[in-house]
Design a protein around this ligand. Structure first.
Ligand code: PAF
Length: 289
């Protein structure tokens, strides 16, 4: 496995892989790799391409300097995971390599970036889009793999790639849960045992919403209210938002039809957690009421 810090070297390695007839699969990360990232790497490996993983804690997507400084950076462990999973190239640039004289250009998808998490983290998705656009320009992947755990990020990156005609397929991969139901996240390491138990209210409420939709509930307001009620009853859990939206446009739904994303963000102690359930092609499954 190659580990490189320089943009010029990534380009050279990718060019060599292409010369050998390989397609490029790309998994952008901020490190602290967990089972969710591993599932993305495995999806890329299964597609048989040259697999590139980037590890870069992107300052532009943090609205709070303390959060940025505290973000876990276990690079050695991450490299072990990448080696074990058969990654071909890790791009782990220093901050100066990615933004040598500070950021000037911003890539922004208005509207979609200001709802849900965007309402609580102003500028966050501008930072995400800008760094992802840069990473796409550096790695030039055929396919980029993103977790459905960050469903809003996935929808926004897809929209950015479509609007800018970027020649990359943005592929969503299923959210991965730990055995207790908690969605995997690099931030879960911040949770004490008690907070982790409390945090399970989030996945419980969302999975019940999923069951309700599967059972035929189509009233988005009722779904959102039920999730809000459960979270309000949970000790130590503070709700930021509950949204029932179209997973592609992030528009609020009144009535669930084909596709639905039920997403929520909470704070447990000082840790912010997001989770969601995504259902597609409901029309084909029937239901109603
Ligand atoms: O999902 C993440 O880890 C980050 O937002 C990403 C896509 C690597 C951009 O920094």
């Amino acid at each position: 496995m190659m580990v490189v810090e320089r943009i010029r070297e990534v380009r050279q390695r990718v060019r060599e892989a292409r010369t050998q007839g390989r397609r490029i699969g790309f998994v952008p990360t901020m490190g602290a790799l967990h089972a969710g990232h591993v599932s993305l790497i495995r999806a890329a490996r299964a597609d048989g391409g040259f697999v590139v993983v980037s590890i870069f804690v992107n300052p532009a997507q943090f609205d709070d300097g303390r959060d940025l400084e505290a973000y876990p950076r276990p690079l050695e462990d991450d490299l072990e995971v990448c080696t074990r999973e058969g990654v071909d190239l890790v791009f782990a640039p220093k901050r100066e390599e990615m933004c040598p004289d500070g950021p000037k250009t911003t890539v922004r998808v208005p509207g979609m970036s200001e709802t849900m998490c965007g309402a609580f983290r102003p500028g966050h998705f501008d930072g995400v889009c800008t760094v992802v656009a840069k990473l796409f320009a550096i790695v030039q992947p055929d396919v980029a793999y993103f977790g459905e755990k960050d469903a809003q990020q996935l929808a926004i990156v897809r929209r950015m790639a479509a609007d800018l005609n970027l020649p990359v397929e943005v592929r969503g991969c299923p959210l991965i849960r730990d055995t207790d139901g908690l969605a995997t996240s690099s931030r879960n390491v911040y949770l004490s045992d008690q907070d982790r138990r409390r945090a399970l209210a989030l996945s419980r409420a969302l999975l019940e919403a999923r069951d309700a939709v599967v059972g035929g509930e189509r009233d988005a307001g009722k779904l959102a209210d039920a999730v809000r009620r459960q979270l309000a009853d949970a000790e130590g859990v503070e709700t930021e938002y509950v949204a029932v939206v179209d997973p592609d446009t992030l528009d609020d739904l009144e009535c669930v039809a084909e596709n639905v994303l039920v997403a929520a963000a909470v704070r447990v102690g000082t840790t912010r957690l997001i989770d969601n359930v995504l259902l597609r092609d409901l029309g084909e499954r029937g239901g109603g009421g």
